[in-house]
Write a protein that binds this ligand. Sequence first.
Ligand code: PLP
Length: 408
Amino acid sequence: SFNADAVPQAPEDALFGLMAAFRRDEDPKKVDLGIGAYRDNNAKPWVLPVVKRADEILRKDPNLNHEYLPIAGLPDFISASQKLILGADSPALKEKRITSLQTISGTGAVHLGALFLSKFYNPTTERKVYFSDPTWPNHFQIFSNVGLSSQTYPYFSKQTKGLDFEGMIGSLQNAAEGSIVVLHACAHNPTGVDPTQEQWKEIAKVIREKKHFPFFDTAYQGFASGDLAKDGWAIRYFIEQGFETCIAQSYAKNFGLYGERAGCFHFITSPSSDAESTVSRVASQLAILQRSEISNPPAYGARIASLVLNDKELFAEWEANLRTMSGRIIDMRKALRSKLEEMDTPGKWNHITEQIGMFSFTGLTEEQVLKLREDSHVYMTKNGRISMAGLNTNNIEYFAKAVDSAVR
Ligand code: PLP
């Protein structure tokens, strides 16, 4: 019989635990650099103006109801999501080599992909999934939940605070043929370090040689450079090269739709005379998995995103909103670096402006991170990651001084 008394205590989620500690802190100077959510210059959540507009349009629609979406989700949202990530003129779209389902944001898309692979990816071999070291910690849990065992490839160089390119390539070369390789499409979480286009080409070469399966996770399109096409470059390159791949796409950060859980999962097969039939079989299996897990996805966030993605004028406004967010983050990177350099804070700080996207891997040690929390009420993850969006013109000086005294 089941004895619930025997269920062991699980550790608290590190990031959500950090958020709770921040909320409990009553010091008015406290700074939250933990969670990966955009904040405006007043440290407040920002509803994108284009999302407000779309919301008003939706609310005025007399035909709006709360019926179920189809199992695969909202069709206009799905087709717009394909074009957004692949580019409207993608060969995969023209050749009908793609099938997509709306998911519970990026997490749901990673999960659906992992579940699908656990059932159908080379089921007779010992399968390994490779993640960057470090990666978004949830990757490990999601893949282990579906019974796939994970390994890591080197990614972050502690010396340069940039990419350990040789380490990464060497590890992918040594991995068992046909491994699943999870890649962050842009604005790598937690490091803010992305391969260059030349490096991506080398990565693609090894993945092809070793017959690995590339699995892209894209949670920050538009956040890295502010340019949607540029941020989709790596994925588009792999598709052009004819790879079979899948993509987990999140709208949490780039639309600020965090809690609405809007996302998409895409499976793209290689060019072949059989491609259309392959994707239709894959689609049929994905539909069964989706039905058994969530039945059908939530409507509201997808409706908002769909309105914006399918309307030229709203889309242009969204791009402007993205530039506001990525631009403010870039300004904060510059300001932080120059303040630390002005104070002659020990260490080098060029990586602060060289890293991109929402996060910076500062290189602060766990001890320094704890000191910052205790002495200065600054909250960041133990690995030294800061969410740049938590910095603003009111707290950046305070934060720079706190870092300065923590490392001296
Ligand atoms: N993948 C990465 C790398 C992330 O950083 C995140 C969010 O932090 C996600 C996926 C999924 O986020 P969500 O489920 O909120 O879309």
